[in-house]
Structures are given as structure tokens and as C-alpha cells.
Design a protein around this ligand. Structure first.
Ligand SMILES: [Zn+2]
Length: 387
């Protein structure tokens, strides 16, 4: 659901599909909101769209800079960065978990989380300062009455001033808001890091996530009561990200101490790459497995699932073999690999199955996303009963 747009200092930058919706939403809100938080009143319309889009673009660039500040500090603390994904409200920098552990050291997380809101506040002050230097005001310039005749620079300047004010104010707001000790905002991570020096990491996360959920519910209620669209919208996104973050941490924790060998499917049935697709379909009906490693002279050369067959028209399947539709980008893991790193390997590479080979390169199992989720469900059930 995300694709790469750039690589900065070795950090891949991804854009999530939802980002475009949010981007359009931002541009739309800038377009319909009156001065000084938007460009309603700018005439002609194309100029209004232009300012709205420019504000949204510059704002998202500052979000990227915010994320980069986390990443650079993480790197200087010896933590690897898998990448930055931009979606709503700042995006996410994915830290690579050191030594198969789900947690980054609390003292490091504290600093890495804190630098984000600080850089947003700094950028906010810079934009407002620039506005002051160029237009002599911290607020939107006063020259905004009447319609803009193209070429009427005085009025144009007024709107440029609004642009700087808007981006500056948003960054300042973002930074101050983000520093609140509420998960999943940066301040929440700071809180979690602080809690993690007192409680086990997972417990610390649970407390921080609950804080975040309660906070966003209160925020949504306030937003609805006062008809504040921005607030209600933020609340919804915060709630979702709090819940997701909590789930991700829980999953990581449950998988951290599990080995691939313990949860993989061992009764692996392989198919030869030369098998006709029509035969393969019958084979699947008999065996009732969804996915099969494909072998050629005893070596695993691919993976094939029922879905892969759908690419070929039913009437033509006799003319094709498994080789024609199989996935060749097979990833291997060993039985003694932790389930957490297998899970991360699947996520980084966007695959749903890994082939498990032992030290002698013999096929010993297959690990699917379902195997992982079953393991998580069973273990979270046990966890619930124990605590
Ligand atoms: Zn941040």
C-alpha cells in the first residue's frame, strides 16, 4: 500500500496510498477556509487552488523533515532505519529492531521521540520569522481584501504572507500538540520511554496506548460539541494509530520469543515446476493447502498459490505449467530464526509466505502469515488468562 519516492542519506522514503486522500483533503480544507488559515476569498479560482496545493505540499515537506530528524538522531544512536512512510499526521519512521528485540532502549527512544516535536516547533518559528522578515507581520498580511487581479502584486504578497503564516502556524501547532504525553504522538513515545524505565516495555506501551485512546475520544467529543472539524478529524486518526501501534507492539512481543521452527507448517507438500496448471488445480482440490513450494531437481525454485493460477484462463490451463505462474522471489528462513524477524521479513518484502530450510538447505517447512497470526492469537489468549 506504499511506494518509494526517494532515498535520503540511505533512508528510503515511502508514500502510503492514504496519503493522497489526506493531501487532497488538506488542500481542500485550505481552499474553503477563510483567512488566515486558508485561502477562501482568493479570486480567480485557479490561484486559490494553487495556493491551497502549495500550502499542502510545503506542509508535507515539513512533515518529512520532522520524520528525518527522528531518523538522523536514531542513526547517530546506532539504530538502523528501515524507512519513512508518509501518511497522515507526520508519517512514521520505522526503526529496525536491534538484536531481534521489539524494543529500542528507553533512553534512546526518549531522545529520538523528543527531537521530532522540537524540530516542528523550530520550523514553525522559522516560517513565522520569515513571514515577519519578508512581510513585516507574524500574522497574515493585511492586504487581502478584494479580488486578486493577476499582476496585482500587493494583494499577491498578502496571500504569500498567509502561505508562510499557515505553514508556520501548522508546524508550531503540530510540534506543541505532538509533545503532549499521549500515545501515539511523539510525546506519547517519550512517556512510554519514561514508563519503560519503571515497567516492562509491553506494560509501558499498554498504559501509553490507553492514554492515547482516552485522549482521542475526549478530543473527538470536544470536536463534535464545538463543531471543530480539525479536532474531530485528528481524534479519529489518533485513535486508529494508537490502536494499531498497540497491536503492533503486542504482536512483536508475542513473536519475539517464538522460533520459526515452533510455528511453521511442517507437512509441506511440494509440486514440480513442470506440473501442468490443470493438474495443479486438481492437486489443490485433493490436498486442500493454499500454497506450495515449487521444486526443480530437489531445489526450491518458487512458490505457487491458488491465486497465482487465476491469471490463466481456465480453458488454457492445460497449456501452461506451474513454472509460468509461480512467484520466483522466494525468501528463506531457518527454523531457529525468531518469528519476529520472519514477520519483519514478510512485511519488508511484501510477501505472505517464507520457505523454511534447515542448515543443510533441506526443505523443512513453510511459514505463512496465517501461521504467525495463529501463534499470536494463541499466545495473546494465554497472555490474557495469565495476567
Ligand atoms: Zn515525530
Amino acid at each position: 500500500m506504499a511506494f518509494k519516492i526517494a532515498t535520503i542519506k540511505g533512508i528510503p522514503i515511502y508514500i502510503h496510498m492514504t496519503f493522497f486522500l489526506v493531501f487532497l483533503l488538506f488542500a481542500f480544507i485550505f481552499d474553503i477556509t477563510p483567512f488566515p488559515y486558508g485561502f477562501r476569498g482568493v479570486d480567480p479560482a485557479w490561484l486559490r487552488y494553487g495556493f491551497s496545493a502549495a500550502a499542502a505540499i510545503i506542509f508535507f515537506v515539513t512533515l518529512l523533515l520532522h520524520e528525518l530528524s527522528h531518523s538522523f538522531l536514531a542513526i547517530s544512536n546506532g539504530i538502523k532505519i528501515q524507512g519513512i512512510t508518509l501518511f497522515f499526521f507526520g508519517g512514521v519512521s520505522v526503526l529496525e529492531n536491534p538484536d531481534d528485540k521489539a524494543a529500542v532502549e528507553p533512553s534512546k527512544e526518549f531522545k529520538i521521540a523528543l527531537v521530532g516535536p522540537l524540530s516542528s516547533i523550530l520550523m514553525g518559528l522559522l516560517f513565522l520569522g520569515l513571514n515577519y522578515i519578508l512581510f513585516g507581520t507574524f500574522y497574515g498580511a493585511a492586504l487581502i481584501s478584494g479580488s486578486i487581479e493577476v499582476g496585482n502584486l500587493e494583494i499577491m504578497y498578502g496571500w504569500f504572507s498567509i502561505l508562510l503564516f499557515l505553514v508556520g502556524a501548522l508546524n508550531l501547532f503540530l510540534g506543541l500538540f505532538n509533545i503532549l504525553p499521549v500515545f501515539p504522538m511523539d510525546g506519547g513515545r517519550v512517556l512510554r520511554a519514561w514508563l519503560a524505565t519503571r515497567y516492562p516495555f509491553q506494560k509501558a506501551t499498554e498504559i501509553a496506548v490507553s492514554t492515547g485512546k482516552i485522549f482521542s475520544i475526549v478530543m473527538a467529543i470536544i470536536g463534535i460539541v464545538f463543531f471543530n472539524f480539525w479536532l474531530a478529524l485528528l481524534a479519529v486518526f489518533l485513535y486508529i494509530s494508537a490502536a494499531e501501534e498497540g497491536k503492533a507492539v503486542k504482536t512483536s512481543f508475542l513473536l519475539e520469543n517464538v522460533l520459526v521452527g515452533e510455528i511453521m507448517t511442517t507437512d509441506v507438500i511440494t509440486v514440480e515446476e513442470s506440473m501442468k496448471l490443470s493438474d495443479f488445480v486438481n492437486f489443490v482440490f485433493q490436498k486442500k493447502h493454499p500454497g506450495y513450494p515449487v521444486v526443480k531437481s530437489g531445489q526450491v525454485v518458487g512458490l505457487v498459490t491458488v491465486d497465482d493460477v487465476k491469471a490463466i484462463n481456465e480453458a488454457e490451463r492445460y497449456a501452461f505449467s506451474v513454472k509460468d505462474v509461480m512467484r520466483q522471489d522466494v525468501l528463506f528462513v531457518q527454523p531457529q530464526t525468531s518469528a519476529l524477524s520472519a514477520f519483519e521479513k514478510m512485511n519488508t518484502n511484501g510477501v505472505g509466505r517464507l520457505v523454511v530450510l534447515d542448515g543443510n538447505h533441506h526443505l523443512v517447512g513453510i511459514l505463512s502469515r496465517t501461521d504467525l497470526m495463529t501463534a499470536v492469537n494463541i499466545r495473546s489468549g494465554l497472555h490474557g488468562n495469565n495476567s
